[in-house]
Design a protein around this ligand. Structure first.
Ligand code: FES
Length: 164
């Protein structure tokens, strides 16, 4: 079926042929706008579902004691399962961060490099920010997934994962 644009009024002097250059909304343009909106909602919904899945299903587990690691030191642990390596870094006297240890390029394990204030991947030179896991250099396509932490007394708990 042929999609026919509505007839345009003529002779009013405007560039588009419509009064005040206001084009009427066609069924096609309206359908495109609705489809775009629905696609955006689906993408946002899937992203939210993925985040919820990672946070909801990850166990709460003690991964270290607060005085176990010196300032600017690190500890390797497994989370959320026993075969998923992660790294905990004590960045200041009171601050800790943790990330998946699997490089987002080809899954080589990353190492803490205090001199660069970054997590480094030895395989292809990937470098990740210790602040937020963002890629600083190299081929990794995404930031490192972050392990969500909570301090309870002298215990450091892993309470979930976040990909943001
Ligand atoms: Fe880490 Fe390639 S596997 S940079």
């Amino acid at each position: 079926m042929e999609n026919v644009e509505p007839k345009q009024p003529a002779g009013d002097g405007s560039a588009s042929g419509y009064p005040n250059n206001e084009r009427p909304v066609t069924r096609r343009s309206f359908g495109k706008a609705i489809a775009g909106g629905i696609a955006g909602l689906i993408v946002a919904g899937l992203w939210g579902l993925r985040e919820w899945y990672h946070r909801r299903l990850a166990p709460i587990r003690v991964i270290a004691e607060t005085n176990e690691i010196r300032v600017r030191g690190s500890k390797i642990f497994q989370y959320p399962t026993d075969v998923e390596p992660c790294i905990l870094v004590r960045t200041t006297e009171t601050d800790y961060v943790a990330y998946s240890r699997l490089c987002t390029h080809n899954s080589c394990p990353v190492f803490w490099h205090p001199e660069d204030n970054a997590l480094a991947c030895p395989c292809h030179g990937g470098l990740f920010s210790i602040t937020n896991g963002a890629v600083l250099q190299g081929p990794p396509p995404r930031p490192l997934p972050r392990v969500l932490l909570r301090i309870r007394g002298n215990d450091i708990l892993a309470v979930g994962m976040s990909n943001t």
